[in-house]
Design a protein around this ligand. Structure first.
Ligand code: PHE
Length: 349
């Protein structure tokens, strides 16, 4: 009787716990609440667990029914927990995704695009052309010694050609280089012929007016090899001019004078704008030709100065002003605009 009533009590209590647990599971709104319900109804010190532990104290005939009932209840609660957990975690994931969602249709932060300085465009084109011919790019310092800037280039101390250059003199025999020609000397001193180099760089002269700025760019070129002649110079520069100013342009050489070349020439390019036909042309002002660079055959005295055999080797050199070339190409009247850093000017290129 006693055992019988105990088993009835246990079975009834299991049923109550089962119902309580299922409703707690059903009403859990978060995975946290669900976990609390699991601990409460199936945890180590849950009442149902206690009942299971006490089964062995029951009369043998009750063990079966109470055991079966508690197992069924446990299984049912476990299934309910699992089902509810799926539902809740899906909902929570959904909610998290919603709150973390990015609106990819919002406009981005605009990143302004720069453009190349007009001089740099010309420099790049000219250097690319010569690199394509197999020339190497060489550079030298902007603070130069008197020796490299003048003496080694056949302009000895006291020579009047020095004063024509409006040099910025620094202390201890240093100058701001007045041209890129000292890079010729540095290159020849550092290697044996054949030499084929192109040398872009900044140069300085005490000068300031619409067509002169105290700092300006130059591109030097130097070739030293066996058998080089003036026609190699002319052909090379004509090809360069066609590349930079257009297939149709013609070149002409005019006699000139530089201390470090003999003979010396200046190279003009037929006006790429009017082709020489327009007396009112804005680019050439009716001249039909544009002065483009100074050049010549390297003076044997310069070759000897760097230890080259001037009987065996000849060379040609040229120096051009990419800023001037850009002025002509883009129709810019004042060189000073190039170096003022005004974005309204620079954005046009
Ligand atoms: N260095 C000369 C100048 O600045 C240009 C030049 C270079 C001339 C190379 C001949 C050869 O005017």
């Amino acid at each position: 009787m006693c055992y019988h009533s105990r088993s009835m009590t246990a079975a009834g209590r299991i049923e109550e716990l089962r119902a309580e647990a299922l409703s707690a599971v059903a009403s859990a709104d978060t995975t946290g609440e669900l976990e609390s319900a699991r601990v409460k109804y199936l945890g180590r010190s849950a009442e149902l667990t206690e009942i299971k532990k006490s089964i062995r104290d029951l009369a043998p005939e009750d063990r079966k029914t109470v055991g079966a009932a508690s197992n069924r209840a446990t299984k049912e609660i476990e299934d309910a927990l699992a089902g509810r957990l799926d539902r809740l975690s899906a909902a929570e994931r959904e909610e998290r995704l919603r709150s973390e969602a990015l609106d990819v249709t919002l406009p981005g932060t605009p990143y302004p695009r720069g453009s190349l300085h007009p001089s740099l465009r010309i420099i790049d084109e000219v250097v690319d052309f010569f690199v394509g011919l197999g020339y190497r790019v060489a550079e030298g310092p902007e603070v130069e010694t008197d020796y490299y800037n003048f003496t080694a280039l056949n302009i000895p101390p006291g020579h009047p050609a020095r004063t024509m250059q409006d040099t910025f003199f620094l202390d201890e025999g240093l100058v701001l280089r007045t041209h890129t020609s000292p890079v010729q000397i540095r290159t020849m001193l550092s290697q044996e012929p054949p030499v084929y180099v192109v040398c872009p760089g900044r140069t300085y002269r005490r000068d300031s007016d619409p067509t002169h700025t105290p700092m300006f760019n130059q591109i030097e070129g130097l070739a030293v090899d066996e058998g080089l002649s003036l026609s190699h110079l002319k052909g090379t520069l004509a090809a360069m001019a066609r590349q930079v100013f257009g297939e149709g342009v013609k070149v002409r050489l005019r006699p000139s004078y530089f201390q470090f070349t003999e003979p010396s020439v200046e190279l003009d390019v037929s006006c790429f704008n009017c082709g020489g036909a327009d007396p009112n042309c804005k680019v050439c002002r009716g001249a039909g030709w544009l002065e483009m660079l100074g050049a010549g055959m390297v003076d044997p005295a310069v070759l000897e100065e760097v230890g080259y055999d001037s009987e065996r080797y000849t060379g040609f050199a040229f120096g051009m002003g990419p800023d001037r070339m850009a002025m002509a190409r883009y129709g810019i009247p004042d060189l000073r605009l190039f170096f003022e850093g005004d974005l309204r000017f620079l954005r046009q290129f």
